[in-house]
Design a protein around this ligand. Structure first.
Ligand SMILES: NC(=O)C1=CN([C@@H]2O[C@H](COP(=O)(O)OP(=O)(O)OC[C@H]3O[C@@H](n4cnc5c(N)ncnc54)[C@H](O)[C@@H]3O)[C@@H](O)[C@H]2O)C=CC1
Ligand SMILES: N[C@@H](CC=O)C(=O)O
Ligand code: NA
Length: 430
């Protein structure tokens, strides 16, 4: 008889439902591959009576997910509730304390409590697996931690939030409004319970923190990340980007420099011809730069029930096979703190859109402010309607320091003819 891996699932929403369906659809294949039959022995969620499309007869129900985590009749706890603190954290800690391995999709928990949880799992001699937590169905964790283990990694970056990429793609290709597309992403099961985590860049930052820890064997403090979201990206900027040969993407970028680690999430303009510009919709991309392998790019669906379930169940197959690696690539106690490079040390080009009064002398004033900061213009676009109107003045700068750019923005923002705070997007040459 095929041996059994008994699992308990805490959280039966988008991801939990997807996991139930996948386990049922591919049960024989999974048993063949892992040598064990993966059996759902217990579940917990808020609403017992919701139809999830899979019968749960014979499966133990827990109103209390923490009690499920302590159930002696299960081997692995799958945490799919979400949230850095509160019940999700207690579920994981309780499971480990009871000698059970944990599989989780919870990037918030890992970004904020990853090293402590990994240390607890190492001490208890159980597994902690989280492939679903970063870039959904893309095997980004295994790719980086196992596949690229032979390389020194100097950078890892990518499109790490499916909801934002979906919104930016739909706004560009259909001209639809931000709010309408966000509501659609929620309906499709892409967004977080609180979608401000998506649109404000926090979810991408959670994932970047995990990737950076793995890439650099570093103890990453989440508060050290620079985080900006996409709320201020307007349809006008998306159209100008297209006209100028760029696309706007929310990127997470982690680099190892001689000064320390640079860790940032913000909207970027990337060349329309670059591979990452073509990663559209709910697709994510994770790009790693290794010293021997060179650049490796992994793409695939970053959110949604099916892709995320694929990653969760792959972790279950690893556990069923008896595979175990340190969750963060090295024992948690050996993760090293690293200095953080301040954001105003960034060097690069910038897109700048000013809403200005269409009158003589405005461009000269802006040019003088740029001269004072030693920032030169690569291209400039202004389409006046009639004198006195408010018109966009769009400038692409040559490479400069963010500190100089900030000084420029302060000066320009105070000019009478500039009617709104300047709109700025960093241009990344990836
Ligand atoms: N939706 C997606 O595409 C992806 C989600 N994730 C992560 O997966 C996790 C789950 O996300 P979703 O399935 O989208 O969320 P969801 O909101 O659809 O589902 C959450 C589930 O947890 C249950 N729950 C909430 N509080 C509970 C409690 N106190 N006790 C027991 N159950 C409780 C809810 O009843 C629901 O069944 C989160 O950590 C999320 O960040 C990761 C990758 C992709
Ligand atoms: N809300 C997240 C879900 C996957 O991690 C996203 O949109 O990427
Ligand atoms: Na993944």
């Amino acid at each position: 008889m095929t041996p059994v891996l008994r699992i308990g699932i805490a959280g039966l929403g988008t991801v939990g439902g997807g996991v139930l369906r996948l386990l049922q659809a591919n049960a024989d294949l999974l048993a063949q591959r892992s040598g064990r039959r993966i059996v759902v022995a217990a579940v917990s969620a808020r609403d017992r009576h919701r139809d999830r499309g899979i019968p749960l007869d014979g499966v133990r129900w827990y109103d209390d997910a923490v009690a499920l985590a302590a159930d002696p009749e299960i081997d692995v706890v799958v945490e799919l509730i979400g949230g850095a603190d509160g019940v999700a954290r207690v579920v994981c800690e309780t499971a480990i304390a009871h000698g059970k391995s944990v599989v989780t999709a919870n990037k918030a928990l890992l970004a904020l409590r990853g090293p402590a949880l990994a240390a607890q799992a190492e001490e208890a001699g159980v597994g902690l697996a989280f492939e679903a937590a970063v870039a959904g169905g893309i095997p980004a964790i295994k790719g980086l931690r196992e596949g690229l283990a032979a390389n020194r990694i100097d950078g890892v970056f990518g499109i790490l939030n499916g909801t934002c990429n979906y919104i930016l793609t739909e706004m560009r290709t259909t001209g639809r409004e931000f709010a309408e597309v966000l509501a659609e992403a929620q309906k499709l099961g892409y967004a977080e319970a609180d979608p401000s985590f998506d649109v404000d860049g926090v979810d991408a930052a959670h994932k970047l923190a995990v990737l950076a820890a793995l890439a650099f064997n570093a103890r990453v403090e989440f508060d050290d990340l620079h985080i900006e979201g996409i709320r201020h990206v307007s349809a006008l900027d998306i159209a100008y980007a297209e006209e100028l040969g760029y696309r706007i993407k929310l990127l997470g970028i982690a680099r190892r420099t001689t000064e320390g680690l640079s860790l940032r999430v913000h909207p970027c303009m990337v060349a329309a011809a670059s591979p990452i510009a073509h990663v559209e919709g709910v697709f994510n991309a994770v790009v790693a730069q290794g010293d021997f392998v060179g650049q490796v790019m992994m793409t695939g669906r970053g959110a949604g029930a099916g892709p995320t379930a694929s990653a969760v169940v792959a972790d279950l197959v690893d556990l069923a096979r008896g595979l175990r690696v340190p969750a963060l690539g090295i024992p948690a106690a050996r993760l090293e703190a690293a200095p953080i490079v301040a954001m105003d040390h960034r060097r690069g080009a910038y897109y700048l859109r000013l809403m200005v009064v269409d009158r003589p002398g405005v461009i000269a004033d802006v040019a003088a402010a740029m001269r004072d900061q030693q920032i030169s213009v690569e291209s400039l676009l202004q389409r006046g309607r009639s004198p006195g109107d408010a018109v966009p003045l769009v400038i692409i700068t040559h490479e400069t320091d963010e500190a100089a750019m900030n000084r420029l923005l302060a000066t320009i923002g105070s000019l009478d003819a500039v009617l709104e705070p300047p709109h700025v997007i960093r241009i990344e040459d990836l």
